[in-house]
Design a protein around this ligand. Structure first.
Ligand code: UDX
Length: 430
């Protein structure tokens, strides 16, 4: 059992703190947002994550999980400090390290000798060296321990990882960090810090590449008349390819892939390598968003000006309330810019959609239900794969819509049933 401080309580930091307490460590989570700390102290979970509320309540009840605002009161007694801070993308594609640098620059003098500062956030290759310099302590160690958590399944992913990666200057420090995961059944890989940081970027870049690859194959299927589901099923059976992450859609989004792909292209360029393959993955993703807009334009007869489009789904994927870099938001904005009005429904959205209100001037209505969003609309577009959408009756939707046109950007709906209800159905790659 170790004394652990986690700085930052976003979906990585809070999940990390709660799960380390679950593994038996004494954990203090630090956040400068006073209201957020007070809400978490009262057991309120600020993010939608399966299983987090129960583990958080257990941690608080056992006394192993606490929340504070000021790190200074807890850092001197801790053995490990996990930095789970935002590393947003800058306009030029580089990674903004200012949050991490600010904390690393401040906490050095507060730490006990032999403490380990661990980078959990996705940080640029070489960040461990930067953190060590800013800490200014030769008797404090730095390690990289990248997270491989998916939003919506972060707790499961933390407790059932396919591997644990720790990068540090020597095996003794790696082993100390690796030992925190006692109780988690997964291979532990020790490396130097730079390899560990590179592993994180390479993993996300490869996953994004799989998505852009299958979206491109889906587009070819549309042109040659093949069915993407059959193609994916057959190629995915080859263990060298694998079935995961071959689901075609509107393009990848979220707080990681868009930032990490551009971040890696920028890092590579700064290191002297032009990562053309990854640049084309990003380009293919941008084009996929446009292709969905084009399908909606076709569905309403060729011109979006003045048309009403029903939109199902605004989050970047199902089972999360996160709309950061959501393909659905990007596509909705493009439809608005083309002159369309929108009636939107997402199970996690109540009231207004700030990202859309800004440029909508009243052209966006938030509907109380999926069918409600379809009233009088010229077409329906499905942008997020919420399971509830697959259960809506196409007959009921046909009765609500002004025009039986559906663009299913997630291949979620039963195409034959919607066609039987009179719909012109456009999917992705089928
Ligand atoms: C991702 C990585 O999966 C995770 O390992 C890493 O730690 C953080 O980034 P996340 O962004 O939470 O996790 O979600 P993920 O499930 O990977 O989806 C990312 C985007 O890709 C979403 O927009 C999703 O809709 C899209 N996607 C995913 C596809 O379009 N097709 C797929 O087959 C899988």
């Amino acid at each position: 059992m170790a004394e652990v401080v986690v700085v930052g309580t976003g979906y990585v930091g809070l999940t990390t703190g709660v799960c380390f307490a679950h593994l038996g460590h004494n954990v203090v989570c630090v956040d400068t947002d006073i209201k957020k700390v007070e809400r978490m102290r009262a057991g309120e979970v600020p993010i939608v994550e399966e299983g987090l509320a129960e583990l958080m309540a257990q941690g608080i009840a056992s006394g192993r999980l606490r929340f504070v605002i000021d790190a200074a009161e807890v850092l001197p007694a801790c053995e490990f400090v996990f930095l789970c801070l935002p590393t947003p993308e800058r306009d030029d594609g580089s990674v903004d390290m200012s949050y991490i640098e600010a904390v690393a620059g401040r906490i050095g003098p507060m730490l006990a000798a032999n403490a380990v500062v661990v980078n959990k956030s996705t940080v640029p290759v070489g960040a461990s060296k930067t953190v060590a310099r800013l800490l200014g302590r030769s008797d404090v160690h730095v390690a990289s321990n990248p997270e491989f958590l998916r939003e919506g399944t972060a707790v499961y992913d933390f407790l059932h990882p396919s591997r644990i990666v720790v990068g540090a200057e020597n095996n003794e420090v790696c082993a100390r960090v690796g030992a925190l995961y006692k109780g988690v059944d997964a291979p532990v890989i020790f490396s130097d810090p730079v390899s560990s940081e590179t592993i994180k970027y390479a993993a996300n870049a490869f996953l994004a590449t799989k998505i852009s690859f299958i979206n491109s194959i889906a587009n070819i299927c549309e042109h040659v008349g093949a069915d993407i589901h059959t193609v994916v099923d057959a190629i995915g059976r080859d263990p060298r390819i694998g079935r995961e992450f071959l689901q075609p859609g509107p393009g990848f989004g979220g707080s990681c892939f868009p930032k990490d792909t551009i971040g890696l292209v920028t890092l590579a360029a700064e290191a002297g390598y032009k990562f053309g393959l990854l640049e084309s993955v990003i380009e293919a993703n941008d084009q996929q968003l446009e292709r969905v807009v084009e399908k909606v334009r076709r569905a309403v007869g060729g011109n979006l000006e003045g048309k009403l489009v029903a939109v199902w789904g605004l989050t970047f994927k199902a089972n999360t309330d996160d709309r950061r870099h959501s393909p659905a938001i990007t596509i909705a904005r493009k439809l608005l810019l083309a002159g369309a009005r929108l009636a939107v429904f997402d199970p996690t959205v109540v009231g207004v959609v700030p990202e859309l209100e800004a440029n909508a001037g009243g052209a966006v209505a938030v509907a109380p239900s999926a069918v409600g969003a379809c009233a009088g609309a010229d077409a329906l577009v499905v942008l997020t794969e919420w399971p509830m959408f697959a259960g809506v009756s196409p007959v009921e939707v046909a009765g609500a819509l002004g025009n039986t046109q559906v663009v299913d950007a997630r291949n979620l709906l039963d195409r034959e049933a919607w066609r039987a209800a009179g719909f012109t159905y456009q999917g992705i790659g089928r």
